[in-house]
Design a protein around this ligand. Structure first.
Ligand code: FAD
Length: 478
């Protein structure tokens, strides 16, 4: 017998023959607790999430996905979906649930003539960049190469070239899904347009995506990019200058601010290691010659400790933050959207950074806007197009005894900054305990999302996510 949790939260004993029949029907594998592969499948990026699923189904193709979805639905089982396993909330794995593991479905196929890529959900951003950059092409994705393309895309997706080429979802041409009733469907502007609208920001609520098709753009292979490191003592004036530069920047230029204790980077003088610093991370998506001119005002600011802006391979730059964002640490993140970075918000952030509970904690301030902001807020499920900055409080630490202090630090900063924010939030940056922010994440698009959910998943089979309840269920609960 294998015990698996039901949708109602009960434990159901499933006969071995039933599980064996599932294993025999798929190309992939089935892992019970204790079998090889079980621990790898349940281990995700955020070490705070240490959960033991009842059964793992490792899919190798869309047919396997359909078998798993049918199995979960027909037996009334709670199902978690794992692709890159990077989501901070850890919805990819749940105690007792059926875990559908897509992490080995990693193929990326580029059509250089059409400038499109077909990507399976288990691909990481690094996998996507490797194949697309072989043709000096790229789709806008995030800034950490080990992140999964699937969760990132379904929540929205933004990074170094978003201001020029839009969010990841703005470059999604189509997606193939297995729906809750086990149907294979394609979502695009021409087919199932309501579903296509909903999956561009609505997360894993509507079905299991087995393939994404992206529009690509010429990028690189080298881009002017790099870090400029300053003392945090100079940050009040520098962040005001950063605000102005960001406000006036052309779409090719993206500058993020990172505030933290300096890691022992080889280009930093040793006496700065461990000291509070402000780092500008900058990337220019277009020609190097234009880039030098566009970055000059940023490089002229203050008295930097180090400036390592130079032409870098785009693929390498996309992984530049990987050493700071390694898997296996405990993580609790908090995020706000800002229209502008007010002086008051700057002061609050600086006060917090001077009092981090662990040297691994940091605050990222992402500069967005540009092409991302020129899409109507109801054109995709992701609504928050007008924000100019997205603050992400990366609270990271290793020792579980620090959980309380670290979580409290993040919440305190989050609460203090709230009056200066828009109130919305990027769903991919929400921790597990923020279910109350889901309406804020979707704003005016919430009702429409609930209706699409009711059409494609009326019984809420796909509920281990930042959940959008089907319209009818939500009404019944009122
Ligand atoms: P998983 O944990 O595998 O999945 C998360 C959830 O997505 C699942 O629980 C499920 O509900 C859903 N899901 C996953 N795959 C599928 C599928 N195939 N079909 C249906 N539903 C599915 N985001 C940005 O936009 N820009 C960034 O620069 C950025 N940087 C990040 C850096 C780090 C270190 C981390 C941890 C996250 C970052 N993110 C960023 C957020 C990232 O987009 C989310 O964590 C995203 O959920 C990761 O996708 P995944 O496939 O790895 O997630």
């Amino acid at each position: 017998m294998t015990k698996i949790k039901t949708l109602e939260g009960r434990s159901k004993a499933v006969d071995d023959e039933v599980v064996d029949a599932l294993a025999g029907a798929i190309r992939g594998e089935v892992f019970r607790e204790g079998s090889a592969g079980y621990d790898e499948a349940r281990t995700i990026w955020n070490a705070m999430v240490d959960r033991r699923p009842g059964l793992v189904v490792r899919a190798l193709g869309a047919s396997d996905v359909r078998h798993a979805v049918d199995f979960a639905r027909d037996n009334g089982l709670l199902m978690a979906i794992r692709s890159g396993g990077h989501q901070i909330a850890g919805h990819a794995v749940a105690d007792g649930a059926l875990l559908l593991d897509l992490s080995k479905m990693k193929s990326v196929h580029v059509d250089p003539g059409a400038r499109t890529a077909r990507v399976e959900p288990g691909a990481t951003l690094g996998d996507v960049d490797k194949e697309t950059q072989a043709h000096a092409l790229a789709v806008p994705v995030g800034v950490n190469s080990t992140t999964g393309i699937a969760g990132l895309t379904l929540g929205g997706g933004f990074g170094w070239i978003t201001r020029k080429h839009g969010m990841t979802i703005d470059n999604l041409v189509s997606a193939d899904l297995v729906t809750a009733d086990g149907e294979f469907v394609r979502a695009s502007k021409a087919e199932n347009a309501d579903l296509f609208w909903a999956i561009r920001g609505g997360g894993g609520n509507f079905g299991v995506v087995t393939s994404f098709e992206f529009q690509l753009h010429p990028v690189g292979p080298e881009v002017l990019s790099g870090l400029i490191v300053h003392s945090l003592d100079d940050a009040p004036a520098l962040l005001r200058d950063f605000r102005k530069i960001a406000d006036e920047a052309e779409d090719d230029l993206t500058v993020w601010a990172v505030l933290r204790q300096a890691p022992p980077l080889p280009f930093l003088p040793e006496e700065w290691h461990g000291k509070d610093v402000l780092v500008f991370a900058a990337c220019y998506a277009g020609d190097i010659a234009d880039a030098e001119k566009a970055m000059a005002p940023l490089r002229a600011l203050g008295n930097p400790i180090a400036d390592v802006i130079a032409p870098h391979p785009f693929q390498g730059w996309q992984a530049a933050f990987d050493p700071l964002l390694t898997p296996g640490m405990r993580n609790y993140w908090k995020s706000h959207d800002f229209e502008t970075l007010s002086d008051a918000a700057i002061k609050i952030i600086l006060d917090a950074v001077r009092n981090v509970p662990d040297p691994a904690c940091e605050v990222f301030i992402a500069h967005v806007g540009g092409a991302m902001a020129r899409v109507a807020s109801d054109a995709t499920a992701y609504p928050q197009r007008s924000s100019h900055f997205i603050m992400n409080v990366h609270t990271r630490w290793e020792d579980a005894s620090k959980d309380g202090a670290c979580i409290a630090w993040a919440r305190k900063l989050f609460d203090a900054a709230a009056p200066h924010s828009v109130g919305s939030v990027y769903v991919n940056f929400m921790p597990d305990d923020e279910a109350g922010r889901i309406p804020g994440a979707y704003g005016a698009n919430m009702d429409r999302l609930a209706k699409v959910k009711a059409k494609y998943d009326p019984k809420n089979l796909f509920r281990l996510n930042h959940n959008i309840e089907p319209a009818a269920l939500a009404r019944a609960a009122e």
